[in-house]
Design a protein around this ligand. Structure first.
Ligand code: ADP
Ligand code: MG
Length: 348
């Protein structure tokens, strides 16, 4: 008798969900991306216990129609991708239709939504990818997604996640990145703590940086920008004026010592270790510290593969080494120029 059996679909789905959503901040990232895809101009996040017992994202975007509520938490159900070829030209954050499905596999999900031309809002309750009930409900235009008791059915994960302060700072980090990348959208975080904030959404990028990272940083911001026809890239961004490493050590205040680096590629918040290392090297080789850098890189969509990992945090792109080399050279040039100008006063 053979010993190999196919795993039941419930087990497969729950395992896959645990990969897409490793912690509450992953859920928040997905929900915020959905809100931005829905063209929201206001995104409000509420957390209890770092998101572990409760998390909620409310937006004023285009909403989910009553007819779509039934499918919305099914795995691979999406309005953003129709064929494999569409993946080559991704213009939205979403595509795999896995976020809400995964959330409903590892928590109790409730969605209330109202597209503006629908006479009233509808709410749905979800568990394990299925809608368990739905009814007309009070609600404004837009969508509210709530998840309660994350990982209630994956005891090992729940046990390993006991530090709500750590989880809430990860969530805060995710929202800060989006808020800085999209100053035209108002983001708020509410968790009854001193780190609560709300950005105005008036498009003033410096104001957002000042609010979230401190005025000292926002006052010293310099623009970064380059284009290469050959590599088909354009880069926008900015950085705080670097300070001497020796000076940085003297700062007592934790906020002014922390380093913030954010990279968006084609609108997605991603990590790119090679680029990060290249940039770190620019500063460390000059005994400098750069406390803030936010980069937004646009690559030809057909040259990027966003489908590398379920969390969509990594991307692969063509001529990666050349692109990274060009960016590092450009930023290195700016830093050299900056310190040549003020060579008389290296601590400035
Ligand atoms: P994906 O974003 O990859 O399509 P999701 O599971 O995140 O997959 O969402 C499934 C679908 O639900 C989306 O394609 C979209 O149509 C709808 N949706 C999710 N969140 C929102 C929202 N905040 N506003 C409007 N529609 C939404
Ligand atoms: Mg999505």
């Amino acid at each position: 008798m053979g010993v190999i059996q196919k795993l039941p679909p419930e087990v497969v789905n729950r395992m896959a969900a645990g990969e897409v959503l490793v912690r509450p901040s992953d859920a928040i990232k997905e929900l915020v991306e959905n809100s931005l895809d829905a063209k929201a101009t206001e995104v409000a996040v509420t957390l209890r216990n770092g998101g572990m017992s409760f998390l909620q994202v409310v937006d004023n975007g285009k909403g989910i129609s009553r007819d779509d509520l039934e499918l919305v938490c099914e795995r691979f159900a999406t309005s953003k991708l129709r064929s494999f070829e569409d993946l080559l030209q991704m213009k939205t954050y979403g595509f795999r239709g896995e976020a809400l499905a995964s959330l409903s596999q590892v928590s109790k999900v409730a969605i209330v939504s109202k597209p503006k031309d629908q006479e009233c809002a509808y709410s749905g309750q979800y568990s394990d990818g299925k809608m368990t009930s739905s009814k007309p409900s009070a609600g404004r235009n837009g969508t509210c997604v709530s998840a309660t008791d994350m990982f209630y059915n994956i005891p090992s994960r729940k046990k390993s996640m006991t530090n709500s302060t750590e989880e809430s700072s990860r969530v805060s980090d995710v929202i800060i990145r989006f808020a800085i990348h999209r100053p035209d959208v108002s983001f708020s975080l509410r968790q009854m703590s001193s780190s609560d904030f709300r950005t105005s959404g008036d498009g003033d990028f410096r104001k957002v940086v000042g609010l979230l990272l401190g005025k000292e940083i926002s006052d010293s911001i310099q623009d970064i920008g380059m284009e290469s026809q050959k590599l088909k890239i354009s880069l926008h961004g900015c950085m705080a004026r670097p300070i001497a490493a020796a000076t940085a050590k003297l700062h007592q205040d934790k906020k002014s010592r922390q380093k913030f680096f954010s990279l968006f590629i084609n609108g997605r918040s991603v990590t790119c270790t090679e680029l990060k290392h290249g940039i770190d090297e620019i500063f460390s080789s000059r005994s400098l510290i750069c406390r803030f850098m936010a980069l937004s890189l646009k690559l030809d969509e057909s040259r990027v593969d966003v489908n590398v990992h379920p969390t969509k945090k990594s991307v692969m792109f063509l001529e990666q080494d050349e692109v990274i080399g060009a960016i590092v050279e450009h930023i290195g040039g700016i830093v050299t120029e900056m310190f040549d100008e003020s060579a008389m006063d290296p601590l400035n």
